[in-house]
Every structure is written in structure tokens, then in C-alpha cells.
Design a binder for this molecule. Sequence first.
Ligand SMILES: [Zn+2]
Length: 469
Amino acid sequence: MSLRPAHRQKSSQLTAVTTAVALALAPMSAAFAQQAKGPPTLRDTEAEQLLRDYTRPILRVAGLEKQNIQVVIINESAFNAFVADGRRIFVNYGAIMQSETPNQLIGVLAHETGHLAGGHLAKMHEQIAQAQTQMIIAMLLGAGALVAGARGGNSNSGLSNAGAAAMAGPGEMIRRNLISYVRQQEENADRAGVKFLTASGQSPRGMYETFKRFTNDSLFSAHGTDPYLQSHPMPAERVAALEELARSSPYWDKKDDPALQLRHDMVRAKISAFMERQDTVYRRYPISNDSLPARYAHAITTYLHGDLRSALTQIDGLIQLQPNNPYFYELRGQALLEGGKPSEAIIPLRKAVALSNSAPLIEMLLGQALVGTDNKAYTEEAIRILRAAVARETEAPLGYMQLAMAYGRKGDFAEADLASAQAAFLRGDNKTARELAARAKTRFAIGTPGWVKADDIVAAKLPPGQKSN
Ligand SMILES: [Zn+2]
């Protein structure tokens, strides 16, 4: 697929909590910087499937398998992973790139699951609410001391200075309280993470390696600049405690399954090729490197930089090596589609859909290819495939955009407007969504399912399957 940034609509929740944590640990400016830029996400079936396979055993032993917890990939190259609500674990693509083994990333996911299982976010909210009350009381006391000093008629006296100190002091004191509270949560999440890894028969070594790397890094880089260190203070005592705990695991020496390591390396090669500069891609994967991940990266970067013919030859070479890998056919289809050859993209994309057990993001690409041919014979099939895809993948606007085109081709302008409204809604453009939905309403008979859906959007309710903030 399109490993391309896609804006998600519900960013407010996310920034609210990360900001709260950042407030506790970083200067205000960092908190505002986080708030100012929303978190665009990356969508890719292969990468998401890998992360699902990483988290599934951990969620199971944590008793969270029924919570439908999603792993969301954030379009940021820095290493970071965090939880911001009870439903999602957010992972920067940088964390995937910087994890050399599956086990290192699984360790980070186990730690984040520890935060989820411990209900740390809710407790953090309480702590911050309490801090605010404490801060107000302390401010009032400080102001009182100041007033008392002024009344004494000697405003330069020690007493009034004590008042000023009290004014500045409480914020710092409360900040320290919060930091010690966060450290406590981090240690709890470490212990929970190791417990989950042991219970699922996995080594805690990768988790230790990752966290150790951050303590080592902190010797050379400024603490405040690293987002992972902002939300995960990593004092040496914590890493030492983790090491002792991790080494006591019976699975300490257990190695990653080579097949899983290959999938991990393939996803990293793909992310590099899609997200990094071409010279960086070739530095990571020199042309002389003919491993499967390197060849994957070469094929992707060749298609992205315009040489479709050479890219197709390279992709065919990959397909020869792994004829049942759905993502090679997906890549072939995507390269053809973006190269302006939608008719030729249909066959590989059908194959990718079949091999991926009808992954909805790939179905959306197939729908796009069918619609892109301008062949009306494909319209009904495109609508059927796209409807199935948007029913299972409720957050990707691409499916609704293609549906709108398919309905438009059919002359069904009511459904076309509704699908366009849904696409706008998922892009976070509520104004356009409401305008299109209002127009759709005039085209549907009152009370029909389409009218009701359009009415929901006009009333700024979320489309079915979406939870509100
Ligand atoms: Zn943590």
C-alpha cells in the first residue's frame, strides 16, 4: 500500500494526555510544540499486521485481548511509543526503524501494555488534577506571605522575599512530585512488561536492550530533546533494576524466530524506502546488498523516483522469490496505479487481495484501480469491494473517496455526495463534510438509510463505527 502519511481526525485526545505528561517533565514550550502539530499516521497492511502479531500474545496474557486495542504508527522518525487512551498504542515509525530485532520492539510494546493494564493514564489525570489544586493553594499561601511582608512596611525585607520564593517554589515542587510519580509508573510498567513477556514465553532482553540504549544515549544527547526520554525518564537505577529482573527470566537467551526477523527487516526496509531520502536508503541498503529486504527497498525507491519499468522488473524478481507474498503484488499494483496504468494494476491487486485474506487497505487500492480505468463494466464490482472495505476499515478516507467516484460514474449523486462527505469527515474536514452531507440529504428520500447517515454528519455526529471523543 501506500505507506503515506494520512491525517487522522481524532488528535485532540492524544495531545491532551501527551501534553499532560510533557508538562510534568519538560519546559512549557515543548508541551505547546506537541499540541501544535497533530499526529499524522502511516497506514500499511504489512506493517500493521506485523505489529498486531507482536502485540497479540502480550495483550492475551495481560487480559486485554478482548479490548480491541489497536497499534497506530505515527509519522515521526524519532524513537517514541506511548499510550494516550485505553484503546491504542502509538508507535513512531522511528521506533520500528531503530529496533534491530522483533524482540526489541516487542519489549517496548510490552512496557506500553504495562501502562494500559495498570490504568496509568487515568491515575495520571487524577494526579495532575490534584497538582492543580495544590498549586492554587500554594500560590494563595505565597501571595499571603507577600501581602504580610508588604504590610510590615519593609517591602525589601526577608519576609517579602520569602513570599516571592513561595510564589516560584510550588510549581517546581509539584513538578518534582509528578516526576517521581511518573518514575514510579515507569518502574511498574517495566515489571508488568517483563511479566507479560515471561508469561508469553518471550525474552525480556530486547526491552532491556532498548532501555539501556536510552540511558547510554542520554550521556551524549540533551535529555529534553528526545521525545521518548521526555515521557520515559530512564535513570540508571531503573535500568539496573530492569536488568536484574530481566536476567532472571527463563527466556532471557531465547532468540527471535528467523522468519519473524525477516518480516521485521522487510517492514524496516519498506519504511526506509517510503519515508527516507533516497541517498539514505542506498546508504542503509547499498546496491551491492542483494538480501530480500535490500531488494525490497531498492524496488520501492526505484518506483517512487519515477523509473516504473525498472521497478517492475525488480518487483517481478521479488515475486519469483516469494510467490505468495501479498505485499509484492500490492507493490506492483501500487506502482502501476501511481504510474498512470490502472488497468494493468487490477491483476496484481486482485492477487494481493486474495493472498492477504481481503485486507481492506488493499481492497481500497483495487477499488481505486477499477474506478481509475474509466470502464463502466467495473463500476458495480468497485462499489461492492469498496463497501466491504469501508465496513471493516473505518478510518481510511481513501475508500470513501473512491466510492464517491464510483457512484458518480453510475449517476447515483446522492450516494456520491454521502461518500464524499464521509471521506471529508475522516480527513477531519468537518465543514466540507457537513456541506456535502446537507446536499446528499436533499437527494435521498427522507428517512432512508442514506438520508439518516447524511443527517448524522450534518448534526456533526460521527459515522457509524466511530466512537466520539
Ligand atoms: Zn513508560
